[in-house]
Write a protein that binds this ligand. Sequence first.
Ligand code: F6P
Length: 544
Amino acid sequence: MKITASPIWQTLQQHRQQHADVHMRTQFEQDPQRFERMHETLPGLLFDYSKNRASEETLHLLCQLAETAGLAEEAAAMRRGDKINISEGRAVLHTALRLPADAAPVRVDGENVLPKIHHELDRALAFAESLINGSHSGATGKRITDFVHIGIGGSDIGPQLAVQALRPYHKNVRVHFVSNADDADIAPVLAGLCAETTVFCVASKSFGTPETLLNAHAARSWFREQGLHEADIARHFVAISSDVAAARNFGIAADNVFAMFDWVGGRYSVWSAIGLPVMVAVGESKFRHFLAGAHAMDNHFFNTPYRHNIPVLLALLGIWYNNFHQAPGQAVVPYSHNLRRLPGYLQQLDMESSGKNRTLHGQTVGCDTGTIVFGEEGVNCQHAFFQLLHQGTRLIPSDFIVPMRTPYRVGRQHRFVVANAFAQTEAFMRGKTLAEARAELAGLPEAEREALAPQKTFPGNQPSNTILLDELNPFNLGMLMAMYEHKIFVQGVVWGINPFDQWGVEYGKVLAKTIEPELNRSDISAHDSSTCGLIAYYRRCNAT
Ligand code: F6P
């Protein structure tokens, strides 16, 4: 049975109708204990969900929805390594990547995968440390100063987020990222490098992604043009892939290939060898803290009743707005410059996972899935899209992520940023009534006041979650990223979709293959007139 046909879905629809007019401001006024009842804590993290259009009854019904969808069974199946990614016939075991080596076995096709997870992790960490301590030098004996990570999608965004987020913990090797096939990405990176002191890392689970291979070939050509030899590639190129043979065919020495596993999806893979740039940036012990934070969130997720389970609550509130309030999107707002990549990371994690119109078994879903994730670092967002959230016509929930301490301590910057985050969530919730706006304009002539007051009212009742991190350290970052992974999993279970495949994006990988050769040919194959016109214009612009 589709979840939309279940009695609990109908009950939630009725509940939504009955409580459509309740304003959060009233709920806070009527219940001084609202925050006490509607926040959860873990060591290093506080999750406040009190500023939501939800009562205790709403949460109770939403938890019933999760039960009806079979969340407990699905979570257990994921955790023990069942092949829940059925369209690809794969287990989904990113949680196993952060298990301690001595944890109970996790089996795929009868084999305990923990020994090989830790073997690859230890190899990657040892390599990272050898760059940091200088024991792995370049072919001419010089110390490695720069590490260039070439990858895209899940082989880029998670590591990039973590490297940026953990900037105060960086060691002595500069880490760069190249993802886009646009040469404007790779060109300035190469321009600032010395080949003798650079290591390139080609990161591709499939080792078949055209953008990554294009950039990898460009890096290798550049390396040779700098006067280094083919044999020197062994000390300057490494790869991370589940297709070890393909990486070796590219010319990368066997010892320099770090393995990924096909039971970890690209966007869930930062915990594997794909995290190598993070390891190089912050070193072994901090990367292990990052894994430990994610593992702590796994323990919370697998063992906490839904009513107090942070990823479950996040997911159910997301469904509440998405499916019962028709919210057109979800804002993600890190009040932290170092977390500025978080909205982009969640765009991929959420939209690539949840953008599905078919159930696991191929039927149409019957309700909206996924959401349009967008965002920007605070406070910059306040000078951009926040106007639409304050006074627009749409309901758009947001997540505020705010570190409580700063390692930088420049002036009163950090306190200012925190105050702005708190003020914005309060304003979203309370709004400003017409009477309050009039009172503020009391000094103006009546006609002017009456003209202006409606412009200065705010409807409020705009929901937000606030996630406070005691500080932005590796452990707390691990918790934060794992929290969102589990949120997306829970939503997928409720909708009955497979959050772990991405056939639409795979299709994109083949689309350009026909057109690229046509950009250099006059005989253009059958396309629509628009595409033919665009190809012809490109040819005119590039005619010599
Ligand atoms: O963008 C589509 C996608 O398949 C992502 O899921 C994946 O993370 C990315 O391409 C990169 O894939 P690969 O690691 O195989 O190069």
